[in-house]
Ligand binder design. Sequence first.
Ligand SMILES: *[C@@H]1O[C@H](CO)[C@@H](O)[C@H](O)[C@H]1NC(C)=O
Ligand SMILES: *[C@@H]1O[C@H](CO)[C@@H](O)[C@H](O)[C@H]1NC(C)=O
Ligand SMILES: *[C@@H]1O[C@H](CO)[C@@H](O)[C@H](O)[C@H]1NC(C)=O
Length: 261
Amino acid sequence: MRVLAFLWALGFLLNEAQAWSIKNGIFHNSIWLERAAGVYHRESRKGKYQLTYREAKAVCKYEGGSLATYDQLEAARQIGFHVCAAGWFDKGRVGYPIVKPGTNCGFGRVGIIDYGYRLNKSEKWDVYCYNPNAKECGGVLTNQQKIIQSPGFPAEYQDEQICYWHIRVRLGERIHLHFLDFDVEDDTDCLADYLEVYDSYDDVSGFTGRFCGDYLPEDIISTGNVMTLKFLSDASVSAGGFQLQYTAFNASLFSHNYTTN
Ligand SMILES: *[C@@H]1O[C@H](CO)[C@@H](O)[C@H](O)[C@H]1NC(C)=O
Ligand SMILES: *[C@@H]1O[C@H](CO)[C@@H](O)[C@H](O)[C@H]1NC(C)=O
Ligand SMILES: *[C@@H]1O[C@H](CO)[C@@H](O)[C@H](O)[C@H]1NC(C)=O
């Protein structure tokens, strides 16, 4: 059963080699290209499906962008942008871009899963924004080991930053995060500034933790070969920032004698 599923997946990967493939032992997918088309997905700080149309517009505007149009979303999708969460886009339309067919998402179809123009603009969804000039921070990291720092570290980070780091190591490896310094504006529930860690290739699934304040988070170990870190700072108050080191290790060693320090 497992083998069949794998072969099916492999067949799919070969068919969709452009958008979704294993290259140099690294699984490439949508988020890899997330910023390439200037389109990106956002959800409310309160969680999934919490934004009215008006709030959705405000989220994009806050970051200097605007709601993505259907054509921008489709252009992004064609180079591999895949998100399993319905969001507002231009003119009050709702939908999401699917590259890889799945039964849990997109009803097995690929394309823009289109919920149409919503008559009720008070409905709550996520949002798709467009901003080809978004601030540069974060990136896709494939080294076996690297230090990740908040923008400008060791100087204080700036207000209104949004950075995504997507870590991808070889298939069969896992990722060990070890925090070296941590000082991010403290507030209850970390709603102002925060660092989030996801045990997945995007910031939709695999939420592992949201961190702020000045205590050093404990080490975090991925379950697979990808992880996403998201740093967000709001419009006021910054702090010293953070740095952490990630290290790839062979997953097969983990169950036997791997220990964290
Ligand atoms: C519009 O959607 C909101 C949120 O789902 C709901 O509370 C409200 O009743 C809806 N209004 C109408 C007229 O259907
Ligand atoms: C992990 O270690 C095992 C056993 O030493 C080895 O067979 C395998 O090729 C290694 N995998 C990677 C990705 O290094
Ligand atoms: C785990 O054990 C193997 C064989 O006993 C050894 O080669 C390897 O270096 C060990 N790994 C760690 C992380 O201690």
